[in-house]
Design a protein around this ligand. Structure first.
Ligand code: 5GP
Length: 205
């Protein structure tokens, strides 16, 4: 997505050769027009699958899951990082190790909102080590739901996340794929922006 790559070039702060800060437009202050465009693009890429729910993890996936869910006309669910006292029903759990925070935490989703009748599209802001997204795919599997694929706003392709997901047979689409970065420069990979076909081979985890 060219507009996204342009914003990353203009406003992204490369804090090291592995950490990119995009909090002026993506995950702290949010450019809502761009978020809505991102949602439409995920809907275009995955919309031929019969998606019933968009799934993400709090906090910075929420705006993109919501934009995608609006474009698809379905609800979205965000996995919670802390168990709320109001979450008193049966939940699905997954363990996730955070790349940016260097800590392990549990994410949970109420079993009321995800079951074997669902076709799920997972959306998140970043794909780095893949830990967060693998955790969500484990939950989809545990629920017995179908996984249409994973959409990431920014993929750091030099980290192992895409490989981990693809090894599990999961279709991954990222709107900006970073091949490498260093302070003052960022190199993108052209994403094959093929629409995910509505066939079973691309489904699963
Ligand atoms: P992963 O599980 O793929 O390693 O990444 C999990 C989460 O870490 C992402 O959803 C994102 O919130 C955060 N993250 C990973 N890499 C970066 C980065 O370079 N910059 C920012 N701002 N967040 C990142």
């Amino acid at each position: 997505m060219k507009a996204l790559e342009e914003r990353i070039r203009q406003e992204g702060q490369i804090l090291s050769d592995t950490v990119l800060k995009v909090d002026s437009f993506l995950n702290h202050q949010v450019d809502t027009a761009l978020a809505l465009e991102i949602g439409k693009e995920f809907a275009r890429l995955f919309g031929s699958a019969p998606i019933t729910k968009v799934l993400t993890i709090e906090a910075s996936g929420i705006q993109f899951a919501m934009a995608t869910a609006i474009a698809l006309g379905v609800p979205f669910i965000y996995a919670k990082k802390k168990k709320a006292i109001t979450l008193n029903e049966q939940v699905y759990f997954a363990e996730v190790h955070s790349f940016t925070r260097q800590e392990t935490y549990q994410v949970s989703i109420s079993q009321k909102y995800l079951d074997a009748s669902d076709h799920v599209l997972i959306v998140d802001d970043f794909l780095a080590t893949g830990a967060a997204l693998v955790g969500l795919t484990d939950i989809v599997k545990e629920a017995g739901a179908e996984l249409a694929g994973v959409g990431c706003v920014i993929e750091k392709s030099f980290q192992e996340g895409r490989g981990l997901l693809e090894q599990r047979g999961i279709a991954v689409r990222s709107l900006a794929r970073i091949a490498s970065m260093a302070p003052g420069e960022v190199h993108f990979i052209e994403e094959a922006d093929a629409v995910i076909p509505p066939v079973k081979e691309n489904v699963g985890c």
